[in-house]
Design a protein around this ligand. Sequence first.
Ligand code: DGL
Length: 274
Amino acid sequence: MKGDCAVDPRPIGVFDSGLGGLTVVKELMAQLPNENIVYFGDTARLPYGTRSRETIIKYSIQCIRFLLTQNIKAVVIACNTASSMALETVKEVFDLPIIGVVEPGAAHAVKATRNGKVGIIGTEATVQSGSYARAIARLNPGIHTRSVACSLFVPIVEEGWSDTPIAYLTAERYLAPLKEWGADTLILGCTHYPLLMNTISKVMGPHVTLINPAVSTVHEVKRILEQGDMLNDNHNQPQYRYYVSDFSQKFKQIGSRFLNREIIYAGKVDIENY
Ligand code: DGL
C-alpha cells in the first residue's frame, strides 16, 4: 500500500445474471467491511450460462456501463460464465480494475487438492469454455480435472429451493460421476452454487473440499485496491445499493435471507439502454 491510510469512498461495482453474485458480495462485506458496494443482478436476462460468447460479452459490457454511472472504482464480475467468456474483452474496453472469479478460484483449488483430482461444476457455458481447466493447467499441469455442467442448479437457487429434497436429488445425479472418479476438491464454478453448499457437501461427503471462488476473489480485490491506493479506510457505515433488470421481490427475499441483512430496496434498471 502506498499511503498509510487510503480513503477512496467510491463503491465497488459487482454484477451477475441474478442472485448468485451475492455470494461474492457476502465475502466482500466480510473481508472489506469499509467498502461501499453497488450490485447489479441482470435478472431479466438470466440465465447467462446457456448463451453464446457474443451475447455474454454484450451483456457484460452493458452491466459495466450501468455500474459506471454509479461512480465505481473497480468491477467484480461475480459470475463465472461472464468471467470465462468476457473478462479479457471487457478489460480491453474499460479503463478501471476488473476482477473475475475464475483465476482466483483455480488457484485456491490447486492449493487445496491432495490427490491431484479437481472436479469443476458450472454452467454449460463455463464448462464448455474450459476456463478452469486451463487456469489450473497453467498453475500445475500435473493436476487432473473433470467438469460437469449442472444446468438445473441456477433455477433451483433462484426459486429458493436450495435446501429441499429436489435440490438434493438433482445434486446426487449431477455429482455422481465426480464422486466415483474420486475428486478430493470440487470448485463451485458458478456464483449461485455456494447457496447450495449444504446440499452439495451432503452429497460429496466430508472428505471433499468445496471451493467457493468468492473467497480468493475477494483476496485479489483487496490486493488490487491496496496496490492502487484505492481502499476505503473510512469507518463510516458502508452503503450497499442493489439494482436488478426485472422483478425485484424474489431477489430481495432470497437475497436478504442469504446475506443475513435486509435488502430493503432494489432499483429496476432498463439494461438495454446501456
Ligand atoms: N451465476 C452465474 C455464474 O457464476 C451464472 C448463472 C447463469 O446465469 O446461468 O456462472
